[in-house]
Design a binder for this molecule. Sequence first.
Ligand code: ARG
Length: 563
Amino acid sequence: MANNEMVVASLAKVLTDFKPEEISMKLETPKSSEMGDLAFPTFTLAKVLHQAPQQIAIDIVTKINQTGFEKVVAIGPYVNFFLDKPVTSGKILRLILKEQSHFGSNTDGNGNNVTIDMSSPNIAKPMSMGHLRSTVIGNALANITAKNGYVPVKINHLGDWGTQFGKLIYAYKTWGSETEVKADPIATLLRYYVEFHEKAKNDDTLNDAGRAWFKKLEDGDSEAHQLWQWFRAESLKEFTAIYDRLDITFDSFNGEAFYNDKMDKVVDALEEKNLLVSSQGAKIVDLSAINASLTPAMIKRSDGATLYMTRDLAAAVYRKETYHFSKSLYVVGGEQREHFVQMKAVLSLMGFPWADDIEHISFGLITFNGKKMSTRKGDVVLLKDVLDDAHELALKQIQEKNPALENKNIVAEQVGAGAVVFHDLMNDRTNNFDFNLEEVVRFEGDTGPYVQYTNARAKSILRKSGVTIVDNNLNLDDVATWDIVTILNSFPETVQRAWQQREASIIAKYALNLSRAFNRYYANSKILTNDQQLNARLALVQSVSIVLSESLRLLGVKSPEEM
Ligand code: ARG
């Protein structure tokens, strides 16, 4: 950061025995702004210099060149730097106006690929709120990786293979009808699937019949294959409607079935390395050498059918060979933790050093008004319904607040969908959380609409001013703006932290923080007074809007001009 560099440079002139990097590493941000903007602790120098830390701090302050700072003072064993507020704000505003939406970008990723396995819903089942999490977290992480100089590859690993398709084909053939499916594909297929499980409770032969149909499918039976393809196409249509609504795209829709002809290679390699063990007719890989508490990974069932794991192993190898990823992320719920630990363990045993670059980006459960959901029982909350309801709630508020607004429906969609996405991303991803739509779509409080509203307010001030902002005279000397300036200053490091911790919530919390600071300022100050500082104040408003828009974009949330 520019400010850190300035502090490091001035310290380096005094502490000639220390490298600038060493000095930089020690810098801290004081807990309260009354203690300054940056602090340099002297404890560790005490040992080297054989002096009391307090004395070292005092000595540094007498020797240091104070230009560029409001003041530099010794407080106990710390040297505390108070940045020159007008100069610092001028610097950051000039930078943001120059870089616009590129502000905060870095080249840390060196153009390396990062594959992101995300969304990955299951064919013939509705996309649930659970898949929403994977979709929006994955999408935000993709935007954040790009901002950090990587190239994201978004992969939708569709659940389009597995024993459930045998069950579904059996159900369809036994009590289904083509007209029914055509009329309402996913809902009907889900109903068949639920019925299958109800009937199978009292009649175990159904499960055998389902397995037999899956075996046929795997062996290339043409009737089974045709039905499968039809179910898949109908499902994808419904998924695509939701992705379009969220404005989320993918680089690949290679689902589980894509790896059907790529599994032999993996199974052969396991065989060759003597890693496959027979166990009650099934083929497994023993993982106790990696971790004694790990259960073995099942590679082939006793009837020869391959498994979720086998397809994931083939997919991992394919991704490395195709994309040469530097990191490979899997945005999947916490309930699959063990699966990914096993997968990495198998790949390590196979001798792939890149197994270490695989990361399970786990996330918590969503309950809906306190209730859990289960596809098997059929009590799912449909994402489409959630988005529709969110749209309605947003529209209601817009009609109250801004009845004259044009394009109300477009804005209501941006606000409704944005609210749902923002709420999902605002919590640390591993937390479980409850979803209450009324709260999520509020225009006040910790919500997406609050950030969008703040941004729209900033844009409206700029429109009203009628002033063209120039990039000189940007040094603000109004202390009321200092909070905002400090937050703007921390955007680049926030972008880095969000990637390092794989946490989109860091960006969401940042956007809330900036919004709050801006609204405090707006409530207490006259921005549009025609005085010498008008240009600088408008540059501040514009910078806030640039950074809020960019934060929302990273999260996959739209920024309406007005709402
Ligand atoms: N389709 C799976 C499910 O809904 C998620 C797939 C996650 N990705 C993967 N490569 N295993 O549970």
